[in-house]
Design a protein around this ligand. Sequence first.
Ligand SMILES: C[S@@+](CC[C@H](N)C(=O)[O-])C[C@H]1O[C@@H](n2cnc3c(N)ncnc32)[C@H](O)[C@@H]1O
Length: 197
Amino acid sequence: MSAKGLLLTEPLDRYEPNSAAWCEIRAAMFAARDDWRERAEEFEFVAAQCRGSVLEIGCAFGSFARYLPLGRDYLGIDISAFSIETARKRLPDKLFLCADMDEMGEAWRNVAGTVVALQVLEHRRDPEATLRRFKELGQHRVIVSVPRGQSEKAHMAACGHYAAWADEEEFGAAFEHLGRWDFVDMDEEHIVGVMVW
Ligand SMILES: C[S@@+](CC[C@H](N)C(=O)[O-])C[C@H]1O[C@@H](n2cnc3c(N)ncnc32)[C@H](O)[C@@H]1O
């Protein structure tokens, strides 16, 4: 049986949401239905907003990295080993590392021009502390996307979401003290923001 097959025999609700094991099983579930989390319009916009080298946190299967020019320095990290293994196979010309963002110590400070974290903040118990940390990792800007609006509690719990923001205004107000935010009109499902300082 393949690694993906083995992972799919594990019940997701046995694990703490957003733990390494939970992320691993969820990644296998997406891969089993050929869902590589593609969002072309969002990824094109984010790629155009990147300055300098790029550190992507929670890169999953590497789908965003495809939108960066070949010459752009890029490192994608994810806690899921299965996702990283898959990303490496899909994009052999890009660098991917299996790592936990909470274990990235002082050596990572100012490591990249731009930090990208798409659909990650809503999975964090303390999104503000996470954004502060992203800001320490990046030299110029942080680019994030989060789901727009709040879904039912049960759905949020099943997806491992701890936080939700109604729209750009609410999101911007929550984090305006960290930097200057610009938002792009993307679609009805996502808020996409660039924080510069
Ligand atoms: C909702 S997915 C988003 C994937 C992709 N960025 C996208 O936009 O579709 C969140 C990703 O963050 C990863 N992740 C969760 N906790 C993490 C942590 N502590 N360190 C690194 N990656 C983490 C998960 O494995 C998962 O791939």
